[in-house]
Every structure is written in structure tokens, then in C-alpha cells.
Write a protein that binds this ligand. Structure first.
Ligand code: ADP
Length: 622
């Protein structure tokens, strides 16, 4: 079981500052987790909510499996170490470490044992008589750590503990803290704004920006597979270069236009590239790290090089950083080159690019469109794409027959173990989301990504595809939609005075119901309290996006009035009904096809399963 679990946690300060938004994280016992991001991104607030020093506005915190939002800080068995170590100046090291234990009335022998043990771990045994003023910054920080260790906590919370130290001391204390974690084998949560500190210390790094988690990953994955431009720019020095580029793809080649330059490389280097996104939005942001380029010799073809006018040459000793402008564009570029490459400011140089290391981002969302874990497959369709005739209801196939340039698109988790088709396993890698990513090669050569619960070794893989998750495209235009995973309906929260469980008491107070397509649905008290905590008394002014899966709506005696428009039957016997209420479509998984098209009925939504997103704040509340 996770030692700490944060589920959809929000913090809104009294002045309205949304410091932390939808923070979702599981921390296993003994993990070393780092929260990193620029100043003001909500790291300390998160740490303080975990410690119990700050109220949680909405969302849930569990400590060792127990609901802990309201747990007293002292009952959480956590110890915090701050940037300013706040040692008592009049006490010596021993007394500083012993003080907290004395207050807890621990007996003398236990205190002595714990202090001496901590001093031993931290190399402070010979310093126990010293006063803080006679010690260096590093030693004082060690005493502050000692004060935490003697408490024997199950979680250490460290808030920028090294930022008062000079660079050299910081580097040695980093090693010290890692060693301490190895010795104590306790959960550490460490906050820093310094990406180098994060990369060198953590095994699980949480990158935050503006109160929102951007990516949770290992240092290597953050560097190799940043999920968006923020993470890409935050990790690595000098920063990744970003350029506006236009992308063209044919069967085998990927071409990039960058100012006057046209670069070309094998498409096989980009197996995870989201081709649908590229076809729809060929104008992208290209990311290249300075260390993934080098001086090219004359023999390198022009379509693999950039010409750069050199503005500045910075020799750093073991390497040299060149700042320049890409010829035929306004783009500034940083390049790390070998210290022996002699380059003059004002000259023109030819640079080759390691295409296997480039990054491509959507200009619109700034998200990577060649991510480590692709979200969906997009494949050129033919009847025997999967090695044998594709099974799909004839009625749906007939609807598609008029299109020539058909593509098929479905999420990677729509590929399930089964016996319809077969492909060969190219790779199987464990993701940080608890599943394996399978890369499969179809008989015709196309690549298919799938998820697997278990590690799959090389060889044949037998699979089926969840048909209701498939969409068809005529190149980039959607011609047949999959069954949506969620129905989305715009609605409001409407006041309703009734008793609600608030804290431990039932209190009659002004709360609200969900108003969805003219019907009031009563949420449970926990949901009411969460939404109320975030939106406050003006809840009725907010626009709400209610969403619910087709599995969570059913035909009922009363509820939302709707007319059946269409029935879709798949060959795996699942049946879906598309209903209309005014101009809103609602898709429902049906037990049978007993209703007739055009028939009016009522739909009931399972209130417990409704997801709530505040449209004005753009936050998912439940
Ligand atoms: P970080 O630790 O990443 O530097 P913080 O968690 O300290 O960030 O702050 C996150 C945001 O919350 C910032 O915009 C900060 O100004 C704001 N903030 C922090 N404490 C308070 C407070 N007590 N009242 C109002 N706003 C606050």
C-alpha cells in the first residue's frame, strides 16, 4: 500500500490564489520523491498540506491508508526540515537534537540513544558540545536533519534544505542526504527549485508549474521524454532550443522546414509520432538540446545540417557553447561543441543534428507529439491490416465504403489480449503508470502500440480490439466516431437547503444539486463538501461540465427525457444507443435492443459516477 496518497488535491488561499490544482500522486513507502518547479509553483504549499500545516481545500490525503485531511500534524509522524534551520542559538548540538524529545517526555536513556545514533549517522559525534554559531552552514543543516532523525518519523519532508549553502557545500550535502535516505530507508519528500538538485537526488521527480503537476518520472525519462515544452525547457542546461517548424511526412521520411532550411530524416526514428496530430497541425515546435548537435564536416548532406552564424563563443573548459542565429531565419540557437573545435565569432558554421534525439511539440497545446507513451494508434486502413479480415459490423463498414484514404484510430488500451489477430512483439517496456507498453509489428509492417498488465517476451502476441473504441478517418477528417468514453453535458449547481454531513455533524445548510438537462440530481455529501470548499457561496454562477460514461446511464421510469436516434451493435455483441435531448447527444450502453428508433424514454445517471469539472476555473473537482 502507498505510504502517502494525494487524490485530486487543491489549495485555494483566502485571497483566491489557486496554489495547487488537482494534485494526484501516490508515494510508496521508502521512496525518495522530489517536487521541483520554479518559485511560486506550489511545492511548499503541497509539502505543508502533507505535513498538516495547511488545510486542504479540496481532495483527499491518505497517510498509511488512513484518511488524513483532518489529522493533527503531530499524529502524522512526519518531520520537516526547512531552508532556515532554526536552531536554538543558546543550546549546543546535543540539546538542539534532544529538545523535541524532552518535550515529548521521552526517558533520558532513549533520548541519549537516539541523539547519539543520529549524530553517528550524520558524522556529528565530535561536535555535540558545539553551539550553532561555532559551526559551518553545512554542519548546522546536518543538526537540523539530526533533529528530524531523532523523532524517528515515517516521512521526512525537506523544504529547500540546501538553498542557504554555497555551491560546493550543496553538492556534498546532496550526497549526504542521499546516503541518509539509503541508511534510514524511510520516505523522503524533498522540495527544490533547482533542476540539477532534483535530477541528481531523486528517483521519482514531480515537475510542477503554476500549481499543476506537469510530469512524474525518473530523471532519465524527464530528460529523454519531456511530456511538454515546460518540462523540456526546465530540465537541462543550457536550455533546449525551440524552433517553429513545419513537418511533412511520407511513407518513409520525415521532413522539417525551419526557416530556409529543409531537414530530412528516416520516419522510422519516430515510431511514436502522433501522425494524426501531424497531419492535422503540420506547424509544430521543434526542440533540440544544445548537446545533440555538433560541427559537421563537408561530407554531411545539406538536408541533415543547419547553417549557423556565430554570435558568441563561450569556452567552459571541458566544452564550448556557441550562441548563434540559424541562417535564413530569426531563430537563436545554442550548440554545445567539443572544446577542440576552433570557432570564431562572426563566422558561419555547419551543424549536424542527432535526429534520434529531437523533440516535437504541438504549437497549440505545447504537449509532445512524440511521447514516451503514445495515447492512441493511427494506422492506414486496409481490410487485412491486422493480418486477416477485419471484423466490424457490416452496416458500419458499408458506411465507410465510399472513402479511399481511410485511417483507423483507437486508444492503446483498446488493444486487449484475445484471439482475433496476431502480431510480433518488438518491445515491452515498463511505464511509470503501472502497465507495460507493448510495441507490436503487424504482418504488413505497421506498428501498433498496446498496454499489458504483464511483461510479454518476444514472439507472437494474440490480441483483439475493443470495437467501440475505434474511429475512422478519411485522412484527417473523422468519418466515424468511436463510442465516447464519457458523455459531456453542460450544467449548473442549483441551490437546495437540506441536511448535509459537515465534518462529523449533520447540519441543515444551503447546498446544491446538479442540474443536468432539466433534471436535479443529488450528489453525496462528500462531493457537496468538496465542491463547496472550492467554489464557495457563488457556486451557482459557475458553469459545470458533467461527464459520465455510457455504462453509468440507464433507461428508467423517470429522469432526463430523451429520444432514441440510433442503435449501434458491434460484432462482440455490445449494443449502444445514441439518445437526443434537445440538441445534446447521450450515448448509453444498452442491455438489449428492445427500444425502437424515435421512441421517447427517460434516462437516469448514476450520481456516484458523475465527474465534475468547473469550466470557469478549468479544474476537475471530482
Ligand atoms: P513554491 O514553494 O513553489 O515557491 P508556494 O507553495 O510557496 O510555492 O506558493 C504557491 C503560490 O501560493 C504562490 O503564488 C504564492 O504566492 C501563493 N501563496 C503562498 N502562501 C500564501 C498565503 N498564505 N496566502 C496567499 N497566497 C499564498
Amino acid at each position: 500500500m502507498a505510504n502517502l496518497s494525494l487524490k485530486h488535491v487543491y489549495k485555494v488561499y483566502l485571497d483566491g490564489t489557486m496554489a495547487v490544482s488537482n494534485f494526484d500522486l501516490e508515494i510508496e513507502e521508502g521512496e525518495f520523491v522530489i517536487l521541483v518547479g520554479p518559485s511560486g509553483c506550489g511545492k511548499s504549499t503541497t509539502l505543508r498540506m502533507i505535513a498538516g500545516l495547511e488545510d486542504i481545500t479540496a481532495g483527499d490525503l491518505y497517510v498509511a491508508g488512513k484518511y488524513a485531511n483532518l489529522m493533527e500534524p503531530k499524529d502524522r509522524n512526519m518531520a520537516m526540515v526547512f531552508q532556515n534551520y532554526a536552531l536554538y542559538p543558546h543550546m549546543n548540538v546535543y540539546e538542539n537534537m534532544a529538545f523535541g524529545l524532552r518535550i515529548k517526555h521521552l526517558d533520558k536513556t532513549s533520548i541519549d540513544n537516539r541523539v547519539k545514533n543520529a549524530a553517528e549517522i550524520l558524522g556529528l559525534t565530535s561536535q555535540l558540545e558545539k553551539k550553532p554559531k561555532d559551526m559551518s552552514g553545512g554542519q548546522r543543516q546536518r543538526v537540523a536533519l539530526g533533529r528530524a532523525i531523532v523523532r524517528n518519523p515515517s516521512v521526512f519532508l525537506l523544504d529547500e534544505p540546501l538553498s542557504n549553502l554555497d555551491a560546493k557545500l550543496r553538492a556534498s550535502m546532496r550526497t549526504e542526504i542521499k546516503r541518509l535516505h539509503n541508511t534510514l530507508k524511510t520516505t523522503f519528500i524533498y522540495v527544490t527549485h533547482d533542476q540539477i538538485e532534483a535530477m541528481t537526488m531523486g528517483t521519482k521527480i514531480v515537475v510542477m508549474n503554476k500549481g499543476v503537476i506537469q510530469q512524474v518520472d525518473s530523471p532519465m525519462n524527464l530528460y529523454d521524454y519531456p511530456c511538454n515544452m515546460f518540462v523540456a525547457g526546465f530540465i537541462g542546461t543550457p536550455q533546449m532550443n525551440f524552433f517553429d517548424a513545419t513537418i511533412f511526412v511520407d511513407e518513409t521520411t520525415l521532413k522539417l522546414r525551419l526557416g530556409d532550411n529543409l531537414l530530412s530524416c528516416p520516419l522510422a526514428l519516430f515510431r511514436k509520432l502522433d501522425l494524426l496530430e501531424v497531419f492535422q497541425n503540420p506547424n509544430v515546435k521543434l526542440g533540440i538540446r544544445p548537446e545533440h548537435m555538433r560541427l559537421a564536416d563537408e561530407s554531411v548532406p545539406n538536408d541533415q545540417c543547419l547553417l549557423v552564424n556565430v554570435n558568441l563563443v563561450e569556452a567552459l573548459g571541458n566544452e564550448t557553447v556557441v550562441e548563434g542565429t540559424i541562417k535564413g531565419s530569426e531563430h537563436q540557437i545554442s550548440i554545445k561543441i567539443n572544446r577542440n573545435d576552433l570557432i570564431k565569432e562572426g563566422s558561419e558554421i555547419k551543424i549536424s543534428i542527432d535526429f534520434s534525439k529531437i523533440h516535437i511539440f504541438s504549437k497549440e497545446t505545447t504537449n509532445s507529439i512524440c511521447p514516451r507513451i503514445p495515447t492512441h494508434n493511427y494506422l492506414k486502413f486496409s481490410n487485412n491490416l491486422f493480418g486477416k479480415k477485419f471484423i466490424f459490423p457490416k452496416k458500419l463498414f458499408d458506411a465507410l465504403s465510399e472513402y479511399k484514404d481511410l485511417y483507423i484510430e483507437f486508444p492503446i488500451d483498446a488493444v486487449i489480449k484475445g484471439d482475433d489477430y496476431c502480431a510480433s512483439v518488438l518491445s515491452c517496456e515498463l511505464t511509470n503508470q503501472g502497465f507495460y507498453l507493448l510495441e507490436l509489428q503487424l504482418k504488413g509492417g505497421q506498428i501498433l502500440f498496446a498496454v499489458s498488465e504483464e511483461n510479454i517476451s518476444a514472439g507472437d502476441y494474440h490480441f483483439s480490439i475493443k470495437q467501440e473504441n475505434i474511429s475512422f478517418y478519411n485522412h484527417v477528417d473523422k468519418v466515424l466516431s468511436s463510442i465516447p468514453r464519457f458523455n459531456h453535458v453542460r450544467g449548473k449547481l442549483v441551490p437546495n437547503k437540506r441536511p448535509v454531513l459537515t465534518g462529523k455533524k449533520m447540519k441543515k445548510r444551503k447546498v446544491f444539486d446538479y442540474s443536468i438537462l432539466g433534471v436535479c440530481i443529488r450528489p453525496n455529501d462528500e462531493s457537496v463538501n468538496k465542491i463547496y470548499a472550492l467554489l464557495g457561496k457563488k457556486f451557482h454562477l459557475h458553469d459545470i461540465d458533467f461527464s459520465f460514461s455510457p455504462d453509468d446511464v440507464s433507461i428508467a421510469e423517470e429522469g432526463i427525457k430523451a429520444t432514441l436516434q440510433n442503435i449501434i451493435k458491434y460484432s462482440d455483441n455490445s449494443i449502444f444507443g445514441v439518445f437526443k435531448h434537445d440538441d445534446v447527444d447521450i450515448v448509453v450502453k444498452l442491455e438489449s435492443d428492445s427500444l425502437n428508433i424515435g421512441q421517447e424514454t427517460h434516462l437516469a445517471i448514476n450520481a456516484e459516477k458523475i465527474k465534475v469539472r468547473d469550466v470557469n476555473f478549468d479544474v476537475i473537482i471530482i
